[in-house]
Design a protein around this ligand. Structure first.
Ligand code: ADP
Ligand code: MG
Length: 690
C-alpha cells in the first residue's frame, strides 16, 4: 500500500488546474506511460532555458542574443497588403522596428499603445540598415516585467503541446508536492521537495546542468531508491541460504565429449564461476552476459547438468515461445549423450499433455524443464529445483525472476543476456548480481560483411539476393514493427512479403508477432528445413533465434533501429561457417546519429564496444530504457554525469540494508516514501517475506 501522503503525486495530471482533457491527452502522449500523473510532470525536467537576463539600451544591445529592452512606443505602421505590421519604439539611444507578421491588429493596439512604456524581449537584427526585432517573444508592461522569470525553463514537448501549457501544468504539479520527511541520502543543502522546485525554476542557465545542486540531489535520491531496492532484494535472497548442488561432472563430461567443438576460454571461465557458486552453500544470483552467438546456452546446459548430477532439477525460461522451442530442440541434441531427460512447457500446452508433463516434473522423471513464462505459473511444481536459468533476462521483471526462484527450495538463479551492458551501467541495473562475461566468440566464425544501402537500390539488392539464393544461401528480411508506428510509413512485413513473393514465389516465408503460435512454428520450421529461403520477419527474430545456415540478413529501415538492436539482429547470421552479410536498407537522407550508427556497425562486431558507443550516441535512457529492455531507466539521473553519485548511493544503500533491513522507525518510514516515489515499492513488499 502506498502511503496516502503520496496520493497527490500519483493523481492524474489531468486533475491539475489549467489541464483539461485535451492537454491531459497530450501529456499522456508525452510521457508514454498510459495516463500521465502529477509525478510524471514533476520528473519532466527542463532540457534548456531561455535566458532573459540581458538588459540593454538600444544602441548597446547585442545582436542575435535574447535581450530585454525598455522602450517607448512611438508609432504604428499598419500592414500593407501581405506585409508585416511594424511598430516603431525608441529609447534615448536609438530606435527599433518591431515586426509582426499575420498578427491580430487589436492585440498590437492593446499591447503596444502609442506613448506607453514597454519592455520587449527578443533578438535584434539589422535589416535594411535599421535595427528590428521580429516577433518579440515578450511584450510586457511594468507589472508583467515584475512577473517574468529572468531564466525561463524550456521543456521537451510533443506535437500540439506548448511551453506555456506545460509550464503551467508543472506549476500546478509543484503546488501539489506535500512536505516530505528527510530520508537522508546525499548530504545536500536542499531536500527532495526543494530540489524539485529548484530544478523546474532555474535561476541561471547552469542550473539545468547535471552538476547543479538540485539536479545532483534528485539524481542521488533516484539512485539511492534504485540501489536500496536492489539491496533489499539481494538481502532477501541472501537470507535464504542456498544448497550445494554441483555434481561430480559425470554427465557434463559425456556431453562435452560428444561436442563437435571445444568450449571457448570465456565459456570455460563462466562455467567455472557458475559451478563454484553451485557448489557453495550460499545462494547464486549471477548474470551471464555474452555477445550474441557467444554460446551462452551451452554454458547453461552444462551448469544444469551439474545440478542433475547432484540428483536435482533445473529449468530454463525463455522470453518467447519460438525461442523456448528452439532451446528445447538444440539442447536435446546436446544433452542426449548425457542421458538427460528434457521436457518443454509453454502456454500452448494444455490438458492431458500438460498434466502429464507436470506429473513427471513433480515425480522427478524430468531433469530439465524448458519453457516460457508458463514455467512459473501455479501448478508447476518441481520435485527439487536446484537451478533456474532465465534467458534474455532483460525481458523479464525482477518479480518474475524471483517467482521462478521460489519454485524450488533455495534455488540458484542464472540470468543470461546478450545485450552487453556498458560498464557504467552494470552497477545500476545489476548491482544485486554477480557477473560472468563471455567476450570472445567461438573460433571459425567468419566476419560479417555489413553494408548500408539506400532503399532506392532495392531492385539491385533483390537481384543479388536471388543469385545468392540460387547458390544455396538463406536470408532473413527484417521489417520494423508494425504496431509501434501506425502513423509512420512503414514497409509492413506483410506488404514486403507479398512483394518478395512476386520475385521468389513460395521460397518466401513470413513470421511476425501477431501470428498464431502454430503458424509461427510452421514458418520457423520451414526456414530451418530450407523449404523457405527468405524469412520475412518483424523483430520477433531479434532474440536468440539460431539458424546457422542463414547467412544473409536484410534490415529494412535500419535508421529506425538502435545500435544495440541492429547488432542483435545482425547476430542472427554469421553463425555457420559460410561468409555472411548484413545489409542495412535505409531511407535517406540520414541524420548524423544514424550515419554514425551505421559506421560503427560496419567497423565493429564487438557487442561491448557497440554498447558503449550506443550509450554515447543515445544516452542511457534509450540504451536500457523501458522500451528496449523493460528495465526501469533513470528519469532524473544521468548515469554518465552522475557516476560518482551512484557509487555513493550504493554505499549508502548497503549501510541502510545492514543497519535497518526492515526499514523501521522514522528514517525507515521516510525511506519507504522514497522507494514509493521512485516506484520501487516492490522491494518493500519483500521485506516481510522470506
Ligand atoms: P548465444 O550466446 O547468443 O545464446 P548460442 O548459445 O545460441 O549463443 O550459440 C550460438 C551457436 O554457437 C550455437 O549454434 C551453438 O551450438 C554454437 N556454439 C556454442 N559454443 C560453441 C563453441 N565453443 N564452438 C563452436 N560453436 C559453439
Ligand atoms: Mg541465446
Amino acid at each position: 500500500m502506498r502511503p496516502s501522503i503520496l496520493n497527490p503525486l500519483f493523481a492524474s495530471a489531468a486533475s491539475l488546474p489549467g489541464v483539461g482533457p485535451k492537454t491531459g491527452k497530450l501529456l499522456d502522449r508525452l510521457f508514454g506511460v498510459g495516463e500521465a500523473r502529477v509525478l510524471d510532470l514533476l520528473f519532466h525536467l527542463p532540457a534548456g532555458v531561455v535566458d532573459r537576463r540581458t538588459r540593454a539600451k538600444i544602441a548597446e544591445a547585442p545582436l542575435d542574443a535574447i535581450v530585454v529592452i525598455e522602450v517607448m512606443v512611438v508609432e504604428h505602421r499598419p500592414a500593407r497588403g501581405k506585409g508585416p505590421t511594424r511598430v516603431l519604439v525608441e529609447d534615448e539611444t536609438g530606435d527599433i522596428l518591431l515586426v509582426f507578421f499575420l498578427t491580430n491588429h487589436n492585440w498590437i493596439e492593446r499591447s503596444l499603445p502609442v506613448g506607453a512604456k514597454r519592455w520587449v524581449s527578443g533578438k535584434l537584427e539589422i535589416w535594411d540598415g535599421h535595427r528590428q526585432m521580429v516577433h518579440p517573444d515578450r511584450v510586457l508592461d511594468a507589472e508583467g516585467l515584475a512577473k517574468m522569470a529572468p531564466v525561463e525553463p524550456v521543456y521537451p514537448l510533443t506535437d500540439g503541446l506548448s511551453q506555456r501549457l506545460l509550464a503551467k501544468a508543472v506549476d500546478g504539479a509543484l503546488a501539489r508536492l506535500p512536505a516530505l520527511p528527510d530520508w537522508g541520502g546525499m548530504p545536500a543543502q536542499l531536500n527532495f521537495v526543494q530540489a524539485l522546485a529548484a530544478a523546474h525554476r532555474p535561476q541561471t542557465p547552469e542550473d539545468i546542468l547535471p552538476e547543479a545542486a538540485a539536479r545532483k540531489k534528485l539524481a542521488s535520491d533516484e539512485m539511492l531508491a534504485g540501489q536500496l531496492a536492489l539491496g533489499l532484494m539481494r538481502a532477501r535472497e541472501r537470507r535464504m541460504p542456498g544448497r550445494a548442488s554441483a555434481g561430480d561432472g559425470r554427465i557434463a563430461q559425456k556431453i562435452r565429449a560428444a561436442l563437435p567443438f571445444s568450449l571457448t576460454r570465456g565459456q570455460e571461465q563462466a562455467l567455472a564461476e557458475i559451478r563454484a557458486d553451485l557448489s557453495s552453500e550460499s545462494r547464486m544470483l549471477r548474470l551471464l552476459q555474452g555477445d550474441v552467438g557467444s554460446g551462452k546456452t551451452l554454458v547453461a546446459l552444462l551448469a544444469m547438468a551439474s545440478c542433475v548430477e547432484a540428483g536435482r532439477q533445473a529449468a530454463l525460461m525463455a522470453p518467447t515461445e519460438i525461442l523456448a522451442r528452439q532451446h528445447f530442440a538444440s539442447l536435446q541434441r546436446f544433452a542426449e549423450p548425457g542421458g538427460l531427460r528434457l521436457a518443454l512447457l509453454t502456454g500452448r500446452d494444455k490438458g492431458v499433455s500438460r498434466d502429464k508433463t507436470l506429473r513427471a516434473l513433480a515425480s522427478g522423471e524430468i531433469d530439465i524443464l524448458i519453457g516460457t513464462h508458463a514455467l512459473f505459473q501455479q501448478g508447476v511444481d518441481f520435485r527439487d529445483l536446484a537451478l533456474a536459468v532465465v534467458d534474455e533476462q532483460h525481458r523479464f521483471g525482477v518479480r518474475q525472476r524471483l517467482a521462478l526462484g521460489d519454485k524450488g527450495e533455495r534455488t540458484d538463479i542464472l540470468a543470461m543476456t546478450a545485450t552487453p551492458i556498458p560498464r557504467s551501467l552494470v552497477l545500476t541495473y545489476f548491482g544485486d548480481m554477480e557477473i560472468s562475461t563471455i567476450r570472445e566468440k567461438p573460433v571459425g566464425r567468419q566476419p560479417i560483411e555489413t553494408r548500408a544501402l539506400p532503399t532506392e537500390r532495392l531492385g539491385e539488392l533483390i537481384e543479388r539476393l536471388s543469385a545468392a539464393l540460387a547458390a544455396g544461401a538463406q536470408a532473413y528480411w527484417v521489417c520494423p514493427l508494425v504496431e509501434e508506428s501506425e502513423a509512420l510509413d512503414v514497409a509492413a512485413a506483410q506488404e514486403r512479403f507479398e512483394d518478395l513473393q512476386k520475385f521468389f514465389g513460395p521460397a518466401v516465408g513470413l513470421i511476425h508477432g501477431k501470428m498464431k503460435g502454430k503458424d509461427k512454428d510452421a514458418a520457423m520450421e520451414a526456414f530451418l528445413a530450407g523449404t523457405t529461403k527468405i524469412l520475412v520477419a518483424t523483430t520477433v527474430i531479434e532474440v536468440g533465434v539460431d539458424a546457422p545456415q542463414a547467412s544473409i540478413i536484410v534490415i529494412e529501415h535500419a535508421e529506425r533501429f538502435g545500435l544495440a538492436q541492429l547488432h542483435q539482429l545482425r547476430g542472427r547470421v554469421g553463425r555457420g561457417s559460410a561468409k555472411s552479410a548484413c545489409i542495412l536498407l535505409y531511407k535517406g537522407p540520414l541524420g548524423e546519429t544514424a550515419k554514425a550508427r551505421i559506421e560503427i556497425l560496419r567497423e565493429s562486431e564487438d557487442g561491448f564496444r557497440i554498447a558503449e558507443e550506443d550509450l554515447r550516441l543515445r544516452g542511457e535512457g534509450e540504451v536500457l530504457g523501458q522500451k528496449q529492455s523493460g528495465l526501469p531507466g533513470f528519469r532524473l539521473a544521468d548515469p554518465a554525469a552522475h557516476a560518482d553519485l551512484l557509487v555513493e548511493a550504493r554505499r549508502e544503500a548497503q549501510r541502510i540494508v545492514a543497519e535497518n533491513p526492515k526499514l523501521e522507525g522514522e528514517k525507515g518510514e521516510a525511506l519507504r516514501l522514497l522507494l514509493n516515489i521512485f516506484e520501487r515499492a516492490e522491494a518493500i513488499r519483500l521485506l516481510g517475506a522470506g
